[in-house]
Design a protein around this ligand. Structure first.
Ligand code: IVH
Length: 668
């Protein structure tokens, strides 16, 4: 065959393989025998071998082509990957429904989807070609697992249209693949995976794509990162569009007009769940209209327009062997139940937090009791109750100690708190926990520096405060247990990279009392540099919306401490960034716009502006966009068919604009 004919033939073969693959893996309706598929694949491989110039990135032969990596690159998500709020019962769902109706009115419909138990992934296509796939990570930064994702046969390498789109979905391991994998591992004497989710996560985090390829993973896509870009006006429309592009979406979705229909859908799947060929852990309920989604907006962590109903957790009985005490970062003493190991929802459980003494009294827990265990949210083990009627009389009462189990200083109970605390600032347990917090994901996110490594470094006295982390040397790290050349290099690189984190990560990592991740972000945005924040006053702090009296006190006294000042100096000397790197919302004072300091509510259908576009523009001018009308609202922008919010605005005598006026003012 001459080159031109070969080129033609190669195209034909590729099209056939794509079509057969799509029928087999996406539609689950094979149209040719496996042997035929294999024969065509062999022929294509042969031609690509002979004429490497004919090999393309999206060729079906390229699914396992990727190189073995040293580590995964980090990927910044263009649109953050949020998670979902949870509902555990009918009441939670009715509350969700009420909140939605209050905010956007009664004209709503929901889409119910199965909540696939795998791991969230984001896939980016440019002009129809798959270019990058990433894990969720902390929601802002994930890991580049492009080559592993390519091995998932149901995931298209090229779309049916040349669109640029970012899609999100759940990669998972079907039950059958999971069983086969574990059987093989058992035969080889390897450790078994606890459940399909862990197996899928473990597979996608393999540095060698050949291993991922052998694991038979699958992926369902459930959302679009940039839905505005494709012109859909509903979530369900977006999913239909994903089907059209060649993606695998889950067909068991249903549009529901009322929350009762949602409950019925949930009931149905609670019963049918065991028959599915993959694991689900709940049902996701989403508001269908994208305009309404935008109006509802998101909190820092999750959208207000969706919720995840979680199936009730599996419960098992075991024996409580002992109660152990641990000292947390803030000195709180936490009792932990040591249990006779027992399997719950796929993993073996041998510890469960008992939180505090009050809870132990409330549940009447004694050492030696038979207890019912479940995993809250299917992750964290919890003692549900005690089987008091099975007591033998041998059970022993438990009392909290009067002194810290780690440093032996006297414990105190602060006003109004149930927890007992060790208030010795030099308590080694608190220092160690503070270090663990500093490197954790929402703080400085230093991968490879987990609890175990930190504990070792601390025990060996190689680190005693967070600045010491930046002084660690290759030689010191090589001394640690289970640390090879490569993991040390990766770790040093991760430590180095953390120096560039934006200020909020460092602020949260410092563990200032009452300052959580969200407050840290607000502080970073408002003050922009550590220096400015460190010299602020209580008054200035409480003037900020989200900062209360107690938190302000805590921040001021943190920065007054000599130790804190020294620590920050040391971090500066180590090259740790002290500046906020994100975008800053314009403050009302800085803006001379008419929107500055005003609370605006958008309602009805906007014809020219997308709702989130309008929101962004108003915020950029120092305004604040709220979801519902109240006495605090300064201005309501009413588009077509505005309903109850407009009425309320009129009742309250609030100024109302139409879209034209809004656009005119935005353009001023
Ligand atoms: S929507 C912005 N739909 O559940 C919200 N999530 O806790 C995006 N999940 O991280 C999530 N099936 O990994 C959505 N049909 C589905 C899902 C689903 C599984 C996972 C996803 C997410 C987690 C939420």
């Amino acid at each position: 065959m001459d080159f031109q004919n070969t080129e033609q033939r190669v195209k034909e073969l590729r099209n056939l393989l794509n079509q057969y693959g799509y029928e087999y893996y996406v539609l689950d309706k094979p149209s040719v025998p496996d042997a035929e598929y294999d024969r065509i694949m062999q022929e294509l491989l042969k031609w690509e071998e002979t004429y490497p110039q004919l090999r393309t990135e999206d060729s079906p032969t390229q699914r396992v082509g990727g190189a073995v990596l040293d580590m995964f690159e980090k990927v910044q998500h263009r649109v953050p990957m949020l998670s979902l709020g949870n509902a555990f019962n009918e009441q939670d769902l009715r509350d969700f429904d009420r909140r939605i109706r209050q905010a956007v009115g009664d004209k709503i419909s929901y889409v119910c989807e199965l909540k696939i138990d795998g791991l969230a992934v984001s896939l980016r296509y440019e002009e129809g070609l798959f270019v990058q796939g990433a894990t969720r990570g902390d929601g802002t930064i994930g890991e580049d697992i492009t080559n592993n994702l390519k091995t998932i046969k149901s995931m298209p390498l090229r779309l049916t249209e040349n669109v640029s789109i970012e899609v999100r979905g759940e990669a998972f391991m079907p039950k059958r693949s999971f069983e086969m994998l574990n059987e093989a591992r058992k035969e080889r004497g390897e450790e078994l995976f606890a459940n399909p989710r862990n197996a899928a996560a473990g597979s996608l985090r393999q540095l060698d794509p050949k291993i991922a390829a052998a694991r038979r993973l699958d992926v369902f896509l459930y959302g679009i990162g940039n839905p505005e870009a494709i012109g859909a006006d509903s979530h369900s429309g977006g999913l239909d569009y994903l089907d059209q592009l060649g993606f695998k979406t889950n067909k068991e979705r249903r549009r529901c007009a009322t929350i009762d229909d949602v409950l019925e859908f949930i009931q149905g799947w609670t019963e049918k769940r065991p028959q599915l060929p993959y694991e689900i852990d709940g049902i996701v309920i989403k508001v269908d209209s994208l305009d309404q989604q935008a109006e509802l907006g998101t909190t820092a962590k999750s959208p207000r327009w969706a919720i995840a109903y979680k199936f009730p957790a599996e419960e098992v009985i075991t024996t409580l062997l002992d109660i152990e005490l641990s000292v947390g970062r803030t000195g709180v003493i936490t009792p932990t139940a040591i249990l006779e190991p027992v399997k719950v929802a796929g993993t073996t459980v041998q510890r469960a937090s008992l939180h505090n003494e009050d809870l132990i009294r409330e549940k009447d827990i004694k050492i030696g009791d038979k207890v019912v265990i479940k995993k809250a949210g299917d992750i964290i083990p919890e003692v549900v109750n005690v089987l008091a009627d099975q007591r033998t009389g041998e059970e022993v009462d438990f009392y909290m100690p009067t002194h810290c189990p780690e440093c032996e200083s006297e414990l105190v109970r602060l006003d109004g708190e149930v927890a007992l605390r060790c208030i010795n600032p030099k308590c080694p347990a608190q220092i160690r926990e503070g270090l663990i917090h500093f490197v954790s994901r929402d703080a400085m996110n230093i991968e490879g520096l987990g609890e175990k490594v930190i504990s070792q470094l601390f025990a060996e006295k190689l680190i005693s405060d967070v600045a010491d982390i930046y002084k660690l040397t290759r030689e010191q790290l090589m001394e640690l247990e289970r640390m090879g050349e490569k993991s040390v290099s990766n770790l040093l690189q991760a430590i180095e990279a953390s120096k560039d984190n934006s200020l909020e990560k460092l602020l949260f990592g410092l563990g200032i009392r009452l300052v959580g991740a969200k407050a840290a972000k607000t502080l970073a945005q408002q003050f922009e540099t550590m220096e400015r924040l460190a010299s602020t006053s209580k008054e200035e702090l409480i003037a900020i919306n989200e900062i209360g009296d107690k938190m302000a006190d805590s921040i001021v006294s943190f920065f007054e401490q000599e130790e804190a000042k020294e620590l920050i100096q040391e971090l500066v000397a180590a090259g740790v960034n002290m500046d906020y790197k994100g975008t800053k919302p314009v403050s009302a004072e800085e803006s001379d716009s008419i929107f500055a300091g005003k609370t605006v509510v958008l309602t009805g259908k906007l014809e020219q502006l997308k709702r989130n576009e309008a929101k962004e523009k108003i915020e950029a001018l120092g305004g604040n966009v709220a979801g519902s009308v109240s006495k605090k609202t300064h201005l309501v922008v009413a588009g077509a068919d505005a309903g109850s919010k407009l009425t309320k605005a009129q009742e309250l005598g609030i100024e109302v604009w139409d879209e034209e006026r809004l656009i005119a003012e935005l353009n001023k």
